[in-house]
Design a protein around this ligand. Structure first.
Ligand code: GLU
Length: 280
């Protein structure tokens, strides 16, 4: 082989090595951090809820609004992605881990509680909000006053949620649990009188109560702590760190408080303290 050919062959090998070492160089690389994906593709697919007023709601014109949308938009911008290049994709409680694992979404901002069990499959930045499990009942039903008055009641919650799990773990003997695909399905069943109460996070329930004034009442006795995180692919430490930095900026600049006020204020939700980020 001539020296020229050897040199050419060596160059080819080196280029190939350099390209593969880049890792996050291509948006199609499923192991790339969300940071690299955002930087290279300038677009992101973000999983959100579509039926939770104040948090993640699809409006009649097809756009999305709520605190989760504001947080997602802020974070995407910090990663270099313009709001118009975000695709919001509807998720329900039960498919959030799978959507991240399969790469159907780049991140999930969907009232998604950080739990050790979920951390086996995905990772979390945040928390960006702290809620608590509560109960929503028909306004004229005075028999349910808190989690201790659920004897014999028919409860509705959503499959794959921490809320349904809590009922199975702690209240299985007292109550009958019906699991739906989404909380709005639960609302219909309680308004229709087939079921007695919906249980999930107070922030979600407050949104439904304000959608149906005089018909639904938030009980107001929380019985869990739900730290809302931004779900990412497992082991995307670079993504977690960058998103936590972005959240810190959102907290410190007053942007977070304004977003909480504008999204949840109308449902009577008082703006809580900014959460403490859990950097792991
Ligand atoms: N935050 C709880 C969870 O992540 C309940 C709300 C929901 O299902 O999105 O499971």
């Amino acid at each position: 082989m001539s020296k020229r050919l050897i040199a050419a062959a060596l160059t080819t090998v080196m280029v190939a090595l350099a390209t593969s070492a880049c890792g996050g160089g291509s948006g199609s690389d499923s192991n790339a951090s969300v940071v690299d994906k955002a930087k290279n593709d300038k677009k992101l697919v973000i999983g959100v809820k579509a039926d939770q007023p104040g948090l993640g709601l699809r409006t009649p014109d097809g756009s999305f609004k709520g605190l989760d949308i504001d947080v997602a938009t802020y974070v995407a911008k910090a990663l270099g992605v313009d709001p118009k290049n975000i695709t919001f994709k509807e998720t329900v409680s039960a498919n959030r881990e799978a959507f991240l694992e399969q790469g159907q979404v780049d991140m999930v901002v969907a009232t998604y509680s950080i739990t050790d069990e979920r951390k086996q499959k995905v990772s979390f930045a945040g928390p960006y909000f702290v809620a608590g499990q509560d109960l929503l009942v028909r306004a004229d039903d005075k028999s349910i006053t808190g989690p201790d008055s659920l004897n014999g009641k028919k409860l509705c919650s959503v499959a794959g949620s921490t809320s349904a799990q809590k009922i199975k773990d702690s209240y299985a003997k007292q109550v009958q649990l019906q699991e739906e695909r989404s909380y709005s399905a639960c609302v219909d069943r309680v308004l229709g009188g087939q079921l007695d109460a919906i249980t999930t996070d107070n922030a979600i329930l407050a949104g439904y109560a304000s959608q149906h004034p005089g018909k639904l009442r938030l009980v107001g006795k929380t019985f869990s702590t739900e730290n809302y995180g931004i779900g990412l692919k497992k082991d995307d430490k670079k993504g977690r760190d960058a998103i936590n930095d972005a959240l810190k900026k959102m907290f410190d600049s007053g942007g977070w408080k304004a977003a909480v006020e504008s999204s949840l204020g109308s449902s009577g939700f008082k703006v809580p303290e900014t959460p403490r980020l859990d950097r792991y």
